[in-house]
Design a protein around this ligand. Structure first.
Ligand code: NAD
Length: 330
């Protein structure tokens, strides 16, 4: 099939070309998909998208008019796609349902430990031969109560790692995971988790029910000194409310791999431009905020599986086979 791969970086090309082995005709663009760039897909059978490509109804309309019949989303999260609009225009959507959940869970623990022991600050200090310890005091992680919001593939691994640290672990999910129960994780209502946890890590998908799960009212329930880690989706947190909670000292540290306004910024080098996002600029002034640009998934193992599954999805679609990665509206 002729496939246009949007929002391409050199590493996407390396892994996709290796997995493809010449099977499909892959062409690459650095453009992100939106209502304007949808025209680039004219004459292609499929488009391959990433998390910040726009899959709105208007975009689906244009893709379908250009002959596109399939979307191969090269991520697990697919909140950027209007699945109903795609289906209504005869476009099949598929994703990568599973790839190393360890990559994301381990990264969340990395953010947690970096913030807790101020490793990001120590790195900068020692580069300038400042070997003082004042300001770098952390806590033992052992014994601290961890709250895991969402115990699917990633959240369950995160819970297992924190169990290994010796942390009592609370969880909230619409569905209890037997693996977590066996581990001794205690499922509690969200409100109770927010009240009791010293460290809260978010692993639920972004959907209307989870949009701004962390907002002024839910932040107000948390302990003073809480640490929040978000490697899931930026829209789970109302960033302005989070900034207010950081300002009043209620939240002691925040690790973010995602940001609600990351489209058009993350995965780009904007270092020679004036930052026009005041909220992001404010967030970066806090020494106890660690922001990374959606890199939790980014390991060799994950990239290999993402590429291989994306190529398999394209082949299954072409040959009329359904697989578990098919996305259905509703
Ligand atoms: P998953 O589907 O295995 O788990 C999600 C869990 O959330 C499930 O247990 C589900 O029951 C629960 N859930 C769904 N709706 C809920 C609600 N309203 N309230 C409470 N719980 C709810 O997904 P996963 O593979 O563990 O991934 C989790 C999220 O991580 C993805 O949705 C994606 O947004 C994000 N992610 C981020 C990166 C990154 O690089 N930062 C990479 C991969 C995934």
């Amino acid at each position: 099939m002729r496939v246009l791969v949007y929002d391409t970086h050199s590493y996407d090309r390396t892994f996709l070309d290796a997995a493809n082995g010449g099977r499909h005709q892959l062409e690459y663009t650095t453009a992100q998909l939106d209502a304007q760039t949808a025209a680039l897909a004219q004459g292609y059978d499929a488009v391959c998208l990433f998390v910040n490509d726009e899959g709105s109804a208007a975009v689906m309309e244009r893709l379908a008019a250009g002959g596109v019949r399939m979307i191969a989303q090269r991520s697990t999260g697919f909140n950027n796609l209007d699945l109903a609009a795609a289906a209504a225009r005869g476009i099949t959507s598929m994703r990568v349902g599973y790839y190393s959940p360890y990559a994301v869970a381990e990264f969340a623990v990395g953010l947690l430990q970096t913030l807790n022991r101020r490793i990001h600050r120590a790195y900068n200090r020692t580069r300038e031969f400042n070997f003082r310890l004042a300001g770098l005091l952390g806590h033992d992680i052992r014994g601290r109560t961890v709250g895991v919001v969402g115990t699917g593939k990633i959240g369950a691994i995160f819970a297992r790692i924190m169990h290994g640290f010796g942390c009592p672990t609370l969880a909230y999910d619409v569905r209890e995971n037997p693996e977590c129960i066996e581990l001794g994780v205690q499922y509690v209502p969200l409100e109770e988790l927010l009240r009791r946890s010293d460290i809260i890590s978010l692993h639920v998908p972004l959907m209307p029910q989870t949009q701004h799960l962390i907002r002024a009212e839910t932040l107000a329930l948390m302990k003073t000194g809480v640490m929040i880690i978000n490697t899931s989706r930026g829209g789970l947190i109302d960033t302005e409310a989070l900034i207010a909670a950081l300002q009043r000292g209620q939240v002691a540290a925040v690790g973010l791999d995602v940001y609600e306004e990351e489209e058009g910024k993350f995965f780009r080098d904007l270092s020679d431009q004036v930052m026009d996002d005041e909220v992001l600029a404010r967030l970066m002034t806090f020494p106890n905020v660690l922001l990374t640009s959606h890199q939790a998934f980014f390991t060799h193992e994950a990239m290999t599986t993402i590429a291989e599954t994306t190529i398999a999805n394209l082949t299954d679609f072409e040959e009329g086979r359904e697989n578990e990665n098919l996305l259905r509206a509703g």
